[in-house]
Ligand binder design. Structure first.
Ligand SMILES: *Cc1c(COP(=O)(O)O)cnc(C)c1O
Length: 388
């Protein structure tokens, strides 16, 4: 299916709602039945019909169909956050005493699921450097049930060879889960590479406007149906119709926004690479990137998220830079219309800062939809105030 067809036409049923171009928000908690028999059928299989909006809802269904098509997956569920999608995907595929292999430095709440929640059920996790396929081989045990991936991850954008990990996992009957928030399905399709379950925080590029929190989980009908009937219904963290509608709206412009962010990121990267205050820039599709060949092989693009290492002797210099920014907003998240920036030092105590450690001087920048010159000017004036 063409991306344009998925975004503009697929799963729309305009004749059902007055031929309106934009879909309605079916803001209802429940659905009515005409006969006892119909109600009985719905009770028997809630994944087959509209009964109650904690389960299926028509506005959410339209979104699910489009997102599954983008992922080239058989089915998908949309959650009220990316974290809920992560939690459901993992929980559905482990039992007491199991073992998980996870790449290091994944999204922090994935790690908390492993370290804080699953550890209470005697489920252990081995964290590995996922840039080398041999590390997966070595970490797998008899009781390994899940391999958890995030490619690229946040901040340093480490990649895993998704096709190779998927092959290895299949040989050992292990479920693979991949966080694809960095690329979105437009720039990477893990399901096509053999990954079982792919998730993304729809809060980021899918919403695109920094106004809703949501998560997507795609996979085979078998895996997704099982998750619907247990984790999805039990946790009750499905997306609400209005938020689903916001995501449908965001999807319309997703390709244009990603293209614009990527193109502007290139210009900002060129500026940063020529700036004497910068040690280096990390971006998966930059020629200087460690895993550039793998990035080119499995990703079609890289969006607006990049990291740069600033030259600084003290945390105060970094703080001066940040406190001087006039337009780029200091905030978490990414994927919206607005450029965002976070210093690593915000996540540590000021006295822990060690200028000899590059990671302490690392800064994550999300390039939004502004003009490149507008962002470069802002960065430039803030660099000048660093040493004041
Ligand atoms: C934001 C994010 C998440 C979590 O998604 P929420 O929608 O905030 O719950 C998971 N993974 C990555 C890589 C993210 O950036």
């Amino acid at each position: 299916m063409d991306t344009s067809y998925i975004l503009n036409e697929f799963a729309e049923e305009r004749e059902l709602y007055f031929n309106a171009v934009a879909p309605p928000i079916i803001q209802t908690s429940n659905f009515v039945f005409k006969t006892v028999d119909e109600m009985r059928n719905a009770f028997n299989d809630e994944y087959s019909t509209y009964l109650y909006s904690r389960g299926l809802n028509p506005t959410v269904d339209m979104l699910r169909k489009k997102l599954a098509a983008l992922d080239e997956a058989e089915d998908c569920l949309v959650f009220n956050s990316g974290a809920a999608a992560i939690f459901a995907a993992i929980l559905a595929n482990v039992k007491c005493g199991d073992h998980i292999v996870s790449v290091r430095d994944t999204y922090s709440w994935a790690q908390k699921t492993f370290d804080v929640i699953l550890s209470r059920f005697n489920i252990t996790t081995t964290y590995i450097d996922g840039t080398d396929i041999e590390n997966f081989e070595k970490a797998i045990k008899n009781n390994t049930s899940v391999i958890y991936l995030e490619s690229p991850n946040s901040w340093d954008y480490n990649l895993q060879d998704l096709a190779a990990v998927a092959q290895l996992a299949k040989r050992h009957n292990i479920i693979t889960i991949c966080d694809n928030s960095y690329c979105t399905p437009l720039y990477q399709k893990p399901i096509k590479l053999g990954i079982d379950l792919v998730l993304q925080s729809a809060t980021k590029y899918i919403s695109g406007h920094s106004d809703t929190v949501a998560g997507v989980l795609s996979g085979s009908s078998e895996l997704i149906t099982k998750i619907f009937n247990s984790e999805y219904m039990n946790i009750g963290s499905g997306i609400q119709p209005f938020n689903a509608w916001l995501l449908l709206r965001g999807l319309r412009t997703l390709p244009a926004r990603l293209e614009r962010s990527s193109a502007t990121a290139q210009k900002v990267i060129a500026y940063l690479q020529s700036n004497a205050n910068i040690e280096n820039v990390i971006y998966p599709l930059d020629e200087s990137f460690d895993q550039i060949e793998l990035a080119k092989k499995q990703m079609k693009g890289a969006g607006g998220l990049l990291t740069f290492i600033i030259k600084a002797d003290t945390a105060e210099q970094i703080e001066n830079f940040f406190n001087s920014l006039q337009h780029i907003l200091m905030a978490v998240s990414c994927g919206g219309y607005e450029s965002l920036i976070i210093p690593k030092v915000a996540g540590m105590k000021a006295e822990e800062f060690d200028s000899t450690i590059a990671a302490h001087r690392s800064i994550r920048l999300y390039v939004g939809l502004e003009e490149a010159g507008y962002l470069v000017d802002d960065l430039n004036q803030a660099f000048q105030k660093m040493h004041e």
